[in-house]
Design a protein around this ligand. Structure first.
Ligand code: ACM
Ligand code: ZN
Length: 777
């Protein structure tokens, strides 16, 4: 019979209390081990500490690695030898039954023992051991004056999922070999076991293929438009040389695969098909439907119509050649073939593709895509490999042995599991670490959308609607990092950390060991490790969120502050100055008056621990007044209807924040009724550009006024100086000042682009105009 659970918890608690004199806080291990019990005392690492290994050569290799990672910070040249009598003893014990990657770690005053059934288990164990040391243990330089003590502890640990991955897109921006190794080190530190390497996409082909050197000679290079917003980059022009990019030689790839294998991480290469191959099309246009010519796009492409021809036999011969070399380089069981976001426009008008559909009895282009993927799967299976692809491979029928990577939500994974297929869960909502993790105004430019640390931590990879048997088919989850806005390694680290720390706990730790408040107690130590290791990270989770609302009844603006941090100490100012430890502490909603900039931050022990958030409250003569729309706003972006533009609250960097109002394919034409004749001398209105989302600044804004609401006197016109191609993501306020006049009605006409410009992905389609907030003084 099981002992009552309360007694177990009490027993652990008493042990923790018993050791509290020596060890003030529980060790901050991330991801949280399955079981960890502290006891008295510490093991002290010293220059003469001996490491021994036994069981197999894998144990020897892990022991050597342990000595090697401890060396830089401690300066200790620890001796490693075969046997079981070392002060730190690593044992592979194949006589016991072990779960995959399971290990046991015991730290006593005079001895550390890590036991596992495999090298992978031992390696995961030494990650825990490293985290039991002071954070300076992660430094690449000698850390002086540190006592290298490890608390006495017993750990039993194994992962929840067999696929614990992190992806890196090296196509949108190229990352050199040294950075890829650092990235793999970060994965290893989090006990991940899959590195999903996105080697091919429209904007760059990054893997040397000996049979087709043109894939990297041409496909790895694009014209340098890095000074332009991603979604408004002009294609390569005649006579222009493509100079921006890079690729990995096959030797580089072998080196990285071996580096990852030493850390018990499998590298799963992704070779995109049939779409996201603009780089391959530029090099080998003969495998397209149209024959090209094509150039490597230097920025965003949408929709993706230039894809491999599914009708030509030559396409399949080419892909089999490429995959043959890929298989030789990567020992992984899985080969990722992409499969996402293929626009079938060219397949519909291609004679070869249509002939293929007739010959094979395929009823539509989805079935043609399914034919394509199934054929590639047969080839991979014939080489002893398995196919994995993005969830679009479900369209037209899933290949018989395929595994689905569910990115558009949970549905793809659910459909796969229900039909007996394996799935890896990577829903954008919880796993796309390329979107903002804090306020877009203060965070570096990223994909639109907000994925906070807390939301990542709340991720549950197994959808509750699956039966227990189906749930077994969810083999794991991973984070994805798309690099359109990530130009270097430092930024890549910033985007994945500490969200990857949260995700690692989701996919390693038992779900009942997860606790957001408690994770936040351990997290600061993890950040200290990143600091010691020279790894960049974000403090987005330590920001203050400010929500302003307009109360229709009283006309008051109420400001509330919150944070996803448990019990934050929020301090704020209202005079525009930066908050200090002695600033007013937030204790509840504030009623705002006049024009105020509120600045707030989180403090701990007298120190600011995140960034400063700022909110402008803009109460003016238009605030709360009636707005008449001569052109209606779009139902898709209503804000909060008629009061949105004059509620005294400026829209944030997120056009979905409920404060912005959108006009689709039209100008904006509004009249504000100030109630009585009022003296005015300036008007301003704010607009957003988010060119990738088809939102552009107005070309001009015309202000006029009237006393009867019929005859208007012009007050001024403001013209933007920012070309649509340079707008990217920005907010621009169009302000006009004039000699004071008396007026009751103010009219604002913003002239939009109406349609997206010819160079834009949405060329000829309706363009958006987004406004907030109108201010009259
Ligand atoms: C994807 O994000 N297109 C897989
Ligand atoms: Zn075709």
């Amino acid at each position: 019979m099981k002992p009552p659970i309360l007694i177990c918890i009490l027993a652990v608690f008493m042990q923790m209390v018993a050791c509290s004199n020596e060890q003030a806080t529980a060790p901050a291990v991330i991801p949280q081990p399955v079981e960890m019990v502290l006891s008295h005392g510490r093991f002290r690492l010293a220059p003469d500490t001996r490491i021994s290994w036994s069981g197999s050569q894998e144990a020897s290799a892990v022991a050597a690695q342990l000595a090697s990672v401890l060396r830089p910070a401690t300066g200790f040249e620890l001796i490693v030898s075969e046997g079981i009598d070392g002060d730190i003893s690593l044992l592979i014990d194949a006589s016991e039954e072990w779960k995959p990657e399971e290990y046991r770690l015991t730290v006593e005053k005079n001895k550390v023992i890590i036991t596992a059934g495999s090298g992978a288990g031992l390696f995961r164990g030494i990650q825990t051991l490293r985290q039991l040391l002071p954070p300076q243990a992660f430094s690449h330089n000698r850390a002086e004056g540190v006592k290298w003590a490890i608390p006495c502890v017993r750990v039993t640990d194994y992962p929840r999922f067999g696929w614990r991955g992190m992806h890196l897109d090296v196509s949108r921006h190229f990352f050199d070999k040294e950075f890829v190794k650092k990235y793999i080190d970060i994965l290893a530190m989090h006990k991940l076991n899959v590195f999903h390497w996105h080697l091919v996409d429209d904007q760059g082909w990054r893997i040397e293929i000996k049979k087709y050197p043109e894939l990297t000679e041409v496909g790895a290079w694009r014209v340098d438009r890095e000074d332009k917003p991603w979604d408004s980059r002009q294609p390569q022009q005649p006579g222009e040389k493509a100079t921006y990019g890079g690729f990995y030689t096959q030797d580089d790839i072998r080196e990285i695969v071996a580096y990852a294998a030493d850390r018990f991480i499998t590298v799963v290469p992704e070779i995109e098909m049939p779409a996201h191959v603009g780089s391959a099309m530029a090099a080998c246009p003969e495998y397209s439907c149209t024959g090209g010519p094509f150039t490597v796009p230097p920025g965003g492409v949408w929709p993706i119509t230039d894809i491999y021809c599914a009708g030509k036999e030559e396409t399949f011969a080419f892909l089999e050649d490429v995959l043959t070399e890929v298989i030789d380089l990567f020992p992984s069981e899985y080969i990722h073939i992409g499969g996402d976001e293929a626009d079938k426009t060219e397949w519909k008008r291609c004679r070869d593709c249509q002939a293929r559909m007739r010959k094979e009895g395929l009823k539509d282009e989805h079935e043609l895509q399914s034919y394509f993927i199934k054929r590639i799967e047969l080839f991979l299976n014939s080489k002893g490999r398995r196919l994995i692809g993005w969830d679009e491979i479900l369209q037209g029928g899933l290949a018989p042995e395929a595994t689905v990577m569910s990115w558009q939500g949970f549905e793809g994974g659910i459909a796969a599991a229900r039909s007996g297929h394996k799935a890896v869960m990577v829903p954008t909502s919880h796993c796309y670490l390329s979107v903002y993790q804090g306020d877009p105004v203060t965070e570096p430019e990223s994909f639109r959308g907000l994925l906070t640390l807390k939301k990542v931590y709340s991720f549950e990879p197994v959808p509750p609607e699956l039966t227990a048997e189906e749930a077994e088919l969810i083999i794991g989850a991973q984070g994805c990092l798309w690099t359109e806005y990530i130009t270097d390694g430092t930024r890549a680290e910033y985007m994945i950390l500490p969200r990857l720390s949260a995700l690692s706990e989701v996919i390693w730790s038992p779900s009942d060991r997860r606790n957001w408040e408690e994770f936040n107690i351990r997290l600061p130590k993890m950040l200290e490790r990143f600091d010691a290791a020279g790894i960049n990270y974000s403090r987005g989770s330590y920001r203050v969120d400010m929500y302003a609302s307009y109360d229709e009844a009283s006309g008051d603006i109420i400001l509330e502050m919150a944070s996803e941090q448990p019990s934050p100490e929020i301090r704020y100012t209202t005079d525009g100055s930066d908050p200090l430890p002695g600033s007013e502490e937030y204790s509840g909603p504030l009623k705002m008056t006049g024009k105020t900039t509120v600045k707030a931050a989180i403090f701990e022990n007298g120190k600011m621990i995140g960034g400063i958030s700022s909110k402008a409250i803009n109460i003016n003569k238009a605030t709360g007044m009636k707005v008449q729309y001569n052109i209606p706003f779009s139902d898709k972006y209503r804000g909060h209807a008629d009061r949105t533009l004059v509620n005294g609250i400026n829209g944030s960097g997120d056009f979905n924040d409920g404060h912005w109002q959108g006009f689709e394919g039209t100008d904006m034409d509004v009249v504000i009724d100030l109630g009585d004749e009022t003296t005015i001398s300036s008007i301003s209105s704010g607009y957003m550009a988010a060119v990738g989302s088809w939102i552009f600044l107005p070309r001009s804004v015309e202000y006029s006024c009237s006393n009867d609401g019929n005859d208007y006197t012009p007050l001024g016109t403001v013209i933007t100086e920012v070309d649509p191609a340079d707008q990217g993501n920005m907010i621009e306020v169009y302000s006009s000042s004039f000699p004071a006049v008396n007026a009751r009605y103010v009219r604002i006409v913003a002239r939009g682009l109406i349609t997206c410009p010819p160079w834009h992905a949405g060329a000829g389609n309706k363009a958006w105009l987004f406004c907030d907030e109108i201010s009259v003084e």
